[in-house]
Design a protein around this ligand. Structure first.
Ligand code: C5P
Length: 225
């Protein structure tokens, strides 16, 4: 069998992370969270006080930090200048700013090259926005996960409440608005916008639980191997 590469794309809240990690675990594959790489660069830029409304300022600094992405689905680490930032990159501040950084072509060039190098060794599930279209168009299987805007906002609100240890300071309506803003930025940017790849299989997760999504992706992999 040739090296297996599974591309998992889709908008925020479509269930990509949980499904991708579940599939990787079930098959003993590596796992790469490319969104965490964009978040890590954004975290570093915020620490540095880079003006994120200025693409030239972002481009000028993008090669400065060292970046190392782990590929263990049970412990997806990302280190910036030697510091594991897996926790801080999930902050509201990073989430609100990441699409501005991810729209800068120089940022994408650096991260896409790193992603291709990691994927080159094969046997990996990769989640993101442009994996099937740009990063790994020859992937064994390309999945495009979707879900209704309401279902995505409900899931994200529940996740944030779990992280906060109880009902946090967010509502489903606020999450739906924040996600719509991020989706619009991600799908209308000039470089590598979010879109469904040629040959991708769309999986609508609105009415599916996590086990059902994982089972469907495993079935699709089985069809191709
Ligand atoms: O998946 P996650 O929500 O962590 O991604 C954070 C952001 O990183 C996305 O909203 C998008 O702006 C950017 N991203 C991207 N290309 C990828 C993965 C993520 O532009 N392959």
């Amino acid at each position: 069998m040739t090296a297996l590469v599974v591309a998992m794309d889709g908008p925020s809240g479509s269930g990509k992370s949980s499904a991708s990690r579940g599939v990787a675990r079930a098959m003993g594959l590596r796992y790469l969270d490319t969104g965490a790489m964009y978040r890590a660069i954004t975290w570093w830029m915020l620490q540095r006080g880079v003006d994120l409304t200025d693409p030239a300022a972002i481009a000028a600094q993008v090669d400065e930090p060292s970046l190392v992405s782990g590929t263990d689905p049970d412990d997806p680490t990302v280190h910036v200048d030697g510091v594991d930032v897996a926790g801080p990159i999930r902050s509201q501040e990073v989430t609100g700013a990441v699409s501005l950084v991810a729209a800068v072509p120089e940022v994408r060039a650096r991260l896409v090259a790193m992603q291709r190098e990691i994927i080159g060794k094969g046997d990996i599930v990769v989640e993101g926005r442009d994996i099937g279209t740009v990063v790994a168009p020859d992937a064994t299987l390309k999945v495009y996960l979707t879900a209704s805007a309401e279902a995505r906002a409900l899931r994200r609100t529940a996740e944030l409440n779990v992280e906060a240890g109880g009902p946090g300071g967010t509502t489903v309506e606020a999450q739906q608005a924040a996600m719509a803003r991020r989706d619009t930025l991600d799908s209308t940017r000039k470089t590598d916008p979010l879109s469904m790849a040629d040959g991708a299989v769309e999986v609508d997760t609105t009415a599916l639980n996590l086990e059902e999504v994982i089972a469907e992706v495993l079935r699709l992999i089985g069809e191709r191997s």
